[in-house]
Design a protein around this ligand. Structure first.
Ligand SMILES: [Zn+2]
Ligand SMILES: [Zn+2]
Length: 173
């Protein structure tokens, strides 16, 4: 394979995160994450219900409604209602549950979607030194970016990344 088409490491690990995300059975959102130390893959995870209990594809999503201040002009001065599935453990949380602290020290997390506030807070205390993501989650972007800056953890979106074919789910969020 010519050097020009050989995948760089960012692309390589993000592609693996997207492959992991295809295991998810929540129709609303497929998220995958991987733990990398140096150039070594130490773990993969995706969002899903705990082992041994019905998942979203069997029992449907477990939807809650959340109220957010409306951004922009959609509903001026008002509140926006958002639906969210809470059946699944997020990919980042599963990654923490299935990796060892010692492996996380100094490691990088690649995740298909920018972590939500709760996952970011956990990652900030997990020993990792960088988070690399593809899709932005605007709701929590500013506070997560501020947290990582305070904590000295790298936080970046890959420029110009294109996920592998058939790995992206159009969610309803
Ligand atoms: Zn779901
Ligand atoms: Zn999360």
């Amino acid at each position: 394979m010519p050097a020009s088409v050989r995948k760089d490491w960012d692309t390589y690990f993000m592609d693996i995160a997207f492959m992991a995300s295809t295991r998810s059975r929540c129709p609303r959102r497929h998220v995958g994450s991987v733990l990398v130390q140096g150039k070594k893959l130490l773990g993969t995870a995706y969002n899903g219900a705990p082992m041994g209990v019905p998942d979203c594809s069997e029992d449907g999503c477990m939807i809650v409604e959340e109220f957010e201040p409306a951004a922009g002009t959609e509903s001026p001065g008002g509140i926006k209602v958002k639906q969210r599935c809470i059946r699944t453990i997020h990919a980042e949380q599963n990654l923490l549950l299935f990796t060892d602290r010692i492996d996380r020290e100094g490691s990088v997390v690649y995740v298909t979607d920018q972590p939500c506030w709760t996952c970011a807070n956990m990652l900030a205390n997990s020993g990792i030194v960088e988070i690399v993501f593809h899709r932005v989650y605007p709701k929590d972007y500013d506070k997560v970016a501020a947290l990582m800056k305070q904590r000295g953890i790298g936080f970046r979106q890959i420029d110009g990344y294109v996920p592998p074919p058939d790995t992206e789910v159009q969610d309803a969020i």
